[in-house]
Ligand binder design. Structure first.
Ligand code: SF4
Ligand code: SF4
Length: 164
């Protein structure tokens, strides 16, 4: 197992966006697929090793990377990084890790109304810390650079569509 990945997952093992269970506020919207749609979480490089052959979990190779389809409920220690950091993301700005609200979360997560400032600062700090550790690994850094580009594209699309 990759040690940076393991460390990043560990840092985010206990902290959550709110001090209370935010899933109770929204009915765990980020864990629900839309009807007829089997969405999945994009894994950080190497993370598929945690799920290979695990009953109820499916891996799919896509152009963007490995996608994980989960059973729809899980124990905290089973969660991929994508779920542990949601609705935030570690992005890379001028060579430094910054924490940003995930553009994809805007339509799903009610916490996005208040943004990062409404969340537990320890959660945002843990996302930043995990990002800094991942940056030390070349493959993870490249992956995070791609995520950052994707976020910028989504943001510019949103702005063009009038900020919806
Ligand atoms: S959608 Fe947002 S508020 Fe709801 S469980 Fe997910 S992170 Fe928490
Ligand atoms: S892995 Fe767990 S936290 Fe992530 S979407 Fe599935 S059920 Fe929700």
């Amino acid at each position: 197992m990759h040690d940076k990945l393991e460390k990043a997952r560990e840092i985010l093992a206990e902290v959550t966006p709110l001090k209370t269970d935010c899933g109770k506020v929204c009915g765990a919207r980020c864990c629900r697929s839309l009807e007829g749609e089997e969405t999945g979480m994009l894994l950080f490089p190497g993370e598929e090793a945690y799920y290979a052959g695990k009953p109820g979990w499916t891996l799919r190779r896509t152009a963007s990377g490995m996608l994980l389809v989960c059973p729809g409920s899980c124990a905290r220690d089973e969660r991929p990084l994508a779920c542990r950091i949601f609705p935030l993301l570690p992005v890379i700005r001028e060579g430094e890790v910054k924490v940003a609200a995930d553009q994809r979360a805007r339509v799903v997560c009610p916490l996005m109304k208040q943004g990062i400032r409404g969340m537990d600062p320890a959660f945002a700090e843990a996302v930043r810390e995990a990002g800094k550790i991942l940056m030390e690994d070349g493959a993870q850094r490249t992956f995070m650079e791609r995520l950052t580009e994707e976020q910028d594209e989504l943001k510019s699309l949103r702005d063009r569509l009038g900020g919806i």
